[in-house]
Design a protein around this ligand. Structure first.
Ligand code: PLP
Length: 481
């Protein structure tokens, strides 16, 4: 006889500590502007403040909670600060956090329909909603041959697209026999690094990824793409995959999807669209132009965890023909066999992604859409774009600055006219001061600042203040020179 140990948090204790944790988060949002947006610690500083060994005996939850302020907060870069203008946002919002909490509480593992029907069916339903919300073609809906799935990230969605393209091009032969080194993929020089990573993981070989040059707006040159496809084919290669970007990471450039799509259809290549950040803009009819030509694509992904107020991780991935994706990734060991799967009447999302297990991510997206309403979400997108246009006007009005890319949606790329050094200095000093946070990129080899307005809590006053700080710091640096 032996008794189970008794260290659990009882439901009552959970309730009490849970309320305290929610209070902590609510208080954090109330005081978030008091912290430097960019964490100011040095490498190793956080680790050095942590106890050397784990506790042999459990500690009171109060003690754990108290350590968050002391040990963790100094090493936090405040992505949820309204003064965060770096990278692309990684938004959290009240309904999303609560949806994620519910997902944790249910602790569901949604690998199969049978392991929690609601996990699968809500996901299918919300993905079909998204097709309508973003004005995507109906062919991505589960009611036809296509369908959507929620992945953790755009990187993994793109990987799945590459794998499906690989198998389509080889009649599932790569899965069986491995590759012959002849498959070729294409993207632009401005594509996200996740494309190259996907090519590595899929075993195509990075030398088989062609980086197509871009025009002066940083969009892919489709005539070069077509020329290279023909040349590769003539040289005995098998072109199989193109990734077009709708909203590049550096400058939000939009590749000419209608032309690229025509080329892919003509030469029988899989076309994947990476709209990780920009996709959300299509909530508004006036920004749906970004999806021109998407009806020619085989797959599409975007990240609600960037601009759609849904906390990381949440990527919506759509395919035109789900059977190719499923045939590529499906494996059915005995222990996963069940009646529902055998009947063919259900979706088993484990066949739509790399890992077997999956969280109930649809909850947070469902909560977000229901809380804000589609119209509410649209108003935020419009507000962010309007604020961005305001910054564009300010940049244009100041002779010391220049735009480095055509402004698009909620991103402005600009630099100091005197070049990389003052531009870098400006960014570093602003970020060290901590009132705002900006990040950089390189365009045409030149350092450029990126100002992205997309944080959930950003208001007009934050944008005005941010610009004021940029001007003040520019003045200060000029005086120091
Ligand atoms: C951010 C970004 C990605 C990567 O997103 P993850 O979801 O973090 O993998 C891919 N493509 C583009 C264009 C991006 O901006």
């Amino acid at each position: 006889m032996s008794e189970a140990p008794d260290f659990h948090m009882t439901p009552n204790e959970f309730r009490r500590h849970g309320y305290a944790m929610i209070d902590w988060i609510a208080d954090y949002y109330e005081r978030i502007e008091s912290f430097p947006v960019l964490s100011q610690v040095n490498p190793g500083e956080i680790r050095a403040s942590l106890p050397k060994n784990p506790p042999e005996e459990g500690e009171p939850f109060e003690a754990i909670l108290a350590d968050i302020d002391r040990l963790i907060l100094p090493g936090i870069t405040h992505w949820q600060s309204p003064d965060f203008f770096g990278f692309f946002p990684a938004n959290a919002s009240g309904p999303s956090i609560l949806g994620d909490l519910l997902s944790s509480g249910l602790g569901v593992q949604g690998m199969l329909w049978a392991t929690s029907p609601a996990c699968t069916e809500l996901e299918t339903h919300v993905c079909d909603w998204i097709v309508d919300l973003l004005g995507l073609p109906d062919l991505f809906k589960s009611t036809g041959d296509g369908g959507g799935v929620i992945q953790d990230s755009a990187s993994n969605a793109t990987l799945c697209a590459v794998l499906a393209a690989r198998e389509q091009a080889t009649n599932y032969g790569f899965n069986e026999k491995g590759g012959d080194g002849k498959l070729v993929a294409y993207t632009s020089t401005q594509a996200h690094s996740s494309i190259e990573k996907a090519i590595k993981i899929a075993g195509l070989g990075t030398r088989r990824l062609r980086a197509v040059p871009v025009d002066d707006r940083f969009a892919m040159q489709p005539d070069v793409l077509e020329k290279w496809i023909k040349e590769d084919r003539a040289a005995g290669f098998t072109p199989c995959f193109v990734c077009a970007t709708v909203g590049t990471t550096s400058s939000l450039a939009i590749d000419p999807v209608p032309e690229i799509g025509r080329i892919c259809r003509q030469h029988n290549l899989w076309l994947h669209i990476d709209a990780a950040h920009a996709g959300t803009a299509a909530l508004c009819p006036e920004f749906r132009f970004i999806h021109d030509g998407v009806d020619l694509a085989d797959s599409y992904c975007f990240d609600p965890h960037k601009w759609m107020f849904t906390n990381f991780d949440c990527d919506c991935f759509f395919v035109r023909d789900r059977s190719i994706l499923i045939n590529t990734l499906s494996i059915l060991p005995e222990y996963l066999r069940n009646e529902a799967t055998a009947s063919g009447a259900v979706i088993d999302y484990r066949d739509w992604q790399v890992p077997l297990g999956r969280r109930f991510r649809a909850l947070k997206l469902w909560f977000v859409i229901r809380h804000f309403g589609v119209e509410g979400l649209r108003q935020y997108v419009r507000f962010h774009v309007t604020m961005t246009q305001q910054i564009v006007d300010w940049v244009k009005a100041d002779a010391r600055f220049e735009l480095t890319a055509p402004p698009m949606l909620n991103l402005v790329c600009f630099r100091h006219i005197d070049g990389d050094k003052p531009t870098r200095q400006l960014m570093e000093r602003l970020n060290a001061e901590g009132h705002i946070y900006l990040t950089h990129t390189k365009l045409n080899g030149r350092l450029t600042l990126r100002f992205c307005v997309g944080q959930v809590h950003t208001q007009e006053q934050h944008v005005i203040r941010a610009w004021k700080r940029i001007l003040e710091m520019t003045d200060k640096l000029e005086r120091g020179r």
